[in-house]
Design a protein around this ligand. Structure first.
Ligand code: NAP
Ligand code: MG
Length: 502
């Protein structure tokens, strides 16, 4: 594949590779690829042209029950959960290396399935998965448990034990990276895991599962079950023999999952949900950098990003000039063929997402916001779901386009006067996932960053961060934390052992 891609015309190289790629759409259970018990399949398609890419196993409750039994007996056997930490580490490190050596193939699968530009899948998504798995693996034999300060005739141990069987349910906007964020720490801590990818993007997770077996992950420690959220996903969330549920997706589904947990066995349920990121720009910020970053913050991945900076909150005194700069930078975000390495923004995931974006553009206009850039779908003849980058100015934070997660390339620009008002607007949201503040005044930057109620805040950057820092939301953006050592807490129980000497 590498030779084709490095050919003179990289677009044609990727197209040729796409035409030849072999795709196995079967589920992954007990270390092997298998059909759904019912034999049913569903197509997954390419958002760039609407074409079917592959038929994929359509797993239901029977497959889930089978997977849970296998995961449970694997967990109890100790083959993974009690493996010497150094050995478990080496499996994950080898897995990361195998993903690395299959980067082109996995990036291509992700681009075909999600419509993400190949430059992004290759340069960002695959790399993030590799780093996440390697980092979590390398951490395994560096985590110590605790001995507490007790009287001298006692010894108290505080140890972390795996939950047991964990289900992970992930969305379609970052299938590979969210899968890695869930699998790396849950497997590192010794759990057996069942992953349900999003219905429209199952391919990269299935492929990396093959590589996990090749890396030495024991059969039964990981299963990947493609299937519908409302049936298979619900069945997993209500299952009495699943101990933990980790989820990335929308806030309404997250709320349902908490209910399912309460209705079943109180499985530990950790949620990474939606956002409406406030990106606050003060007049004394680096405006050139802030304008370029404001466009990136909302148009990267077509705005289908939970952390997207969808509310640009701008000091009134610079509004006119700064808006013009943002519009200038937005012109670079032309949608294009995801297989073209020069493309920066691909299509939206499907027709319904595209319709949602169109509906919000209409709502914005009806609410009285000023449509100053974009606003239309494009390339209808391609069969893909392309939408222009779109900017509304004169937005009031009470408008629906400022309050609701659109999940498309739509920016709402809101004016403010003074730091207090900027913070008030930023916090007037049900969400609290990510945001940023731009100011060269260290006092303003720190005070505002501290006061905005979000899980990740950038100062003079948007989207900053790496695997070393925790990621997650305040308020209705969720509860758990992905990434960093803090993620391990979502997949372990703390146990106290109190010993008295005779
Ligand atoms: P979604 O509709 O909530 O779906 C997410 C996953 O949940 C999919 O696998 C889906 O399966 C499954 N699901 C749906 N209904 C279910 C149910 N009743 N029980 C169990 N599982 C169910 O979200 P989405 O539209 O795919 O993804 C976009 C959302 O994810 C946005 O709100 C975005 O902000 C959020 N997100 C958050 C983060 C974060 O880390 N905070 C990161 C990325 C995305 P189907 O595919 O079969 O429907
Ligand atoms: Mg697809």
């Amino acid at each position: 594949m590498a030779e084709q891609i490095q050919a003179e015309n990289p677009l044609r190289g990727w197209q040729a590779a796409a035409a030849e790629i072999q795709i196995d759409g079967r589920a992954f259970i007990d270390g092997a690829r298998v059909d759904a018990l019912s034999g049913e399949t569903r197509a997954t398609s390419n958002p760039a042209n609407g074409d079917e890419i592959a038929q994929v196993a359509y797993c239901n409750a029977d497959d889930a029950d089978r997977a849970v039994k296998i995961a449970r007996s694997t967990f109890e056997s100790g083959v993974w959960s009690s493996m010497v930490p150094n050995d478990r580490k080496m499996v994950l490190v080898r897995w990361a290396e195998l993903i690395d050596s299959h980067s082109d193939e996995i990036a291509l699968l992700e681009t075909l399935d999600v419509g993400k530009p190949i430059a992004d899948t290759l340069g960002i998504d695959v790399g993030a998965a590799i780093r996440t798995i390697r980092w979590s693996g390398e951490a395994i034999d560096k985590v110590y448990d605790e001995i507490t300060p007790t009287p001298s005739d006692c010894l108290a141990l505080v140890t972390r034990l795996p939950l047991g069987v964990v289900a992970a349910i992930v969305p379609w906007n970052f299938p590979l990276s969210t899968t890695a964020w869930k699998l790396a720490p849950s497997l590192a801590t010794g759990n057996s895991v069942i992953l349900k990818p999003a219905s429209n993007t199952p391919l990269s997770a299935l492929r990396i599962a093959d590589l996990a077996t090749e890396a030495g992950l024991p059969a039964g420690a990981l299963q990947v079950l493609p299937g519908s959220g409302s049936s298979l996903g619900q069945h997993l969330a209500l299952h009495m023999d699943i101990d933990g549920l980790t989820f990335t997706g929308s806030t309404p589904v997250g709320k349902q999952l908490m209910e399912y947990s309460g209705q079943s066995n109180l499985k530990r349920t950790f949620l990474e949900l939606g956002g409406k990121g406030p990106n606050i720009v003060f007049a004394d910020g680096n405006l050139e950098k802030a304008a370029a970053s404001a466009a990136l913050a909302v148009f990267y991945n077509g705005g289908q990003t939970c952390t997207a900076g969808t509310r640009l909150i701008v000091e009134e005194s610079i509004m006119e000039d700064f808006l013009a700069m943002v519009i200038e930078h937005s012109k670079a975000w032309i949608p294009g063929d995801p297989l073209d390495p020069a493309t920066v923004m691909g299509p939206l995931i499907d027709s319904s997402q595209c319709q949602t974006v169109c509906d919000y553009v209409t709502i914005g206009v009806e609410e009285g916001a000023e449509l100053v850039f974009g606003g239309n779908t494009v390339y209808g003849q391609s069969g893909g779901f392309y939408h222009e980058p779109t900017i509304f100015a004169g937005v009031n934070n009470q408008m629906r386009i400022a309050q609701e997660e659109i999940f498309g390339p739509v920016l709402s620009v809101i004016p403010f006067r003074g730091a207090d008002q900027a913070v008030e607007i930023a916090n007037d949201s049900i969400y609290g996932l990510a945001g940023a503040v731009w100011s060269r005044d260290i006092n303003t930057a720190h005070k505002v960053a501290a006061a905005v109620r979000v899980g990740t805040m950038g100062i003079n950057n948007y989207f900053g961060g790496d695997i070393t820092v925790p990621f997650g939301g305040f308020k209705q953006s969720g509860n758990g934390r992905d990434k960093s050592m803090h993620a391990f807490a979502d997949y372990t129980e703390l146990k106290t052992t109190w010993i008295e000497f005779e």
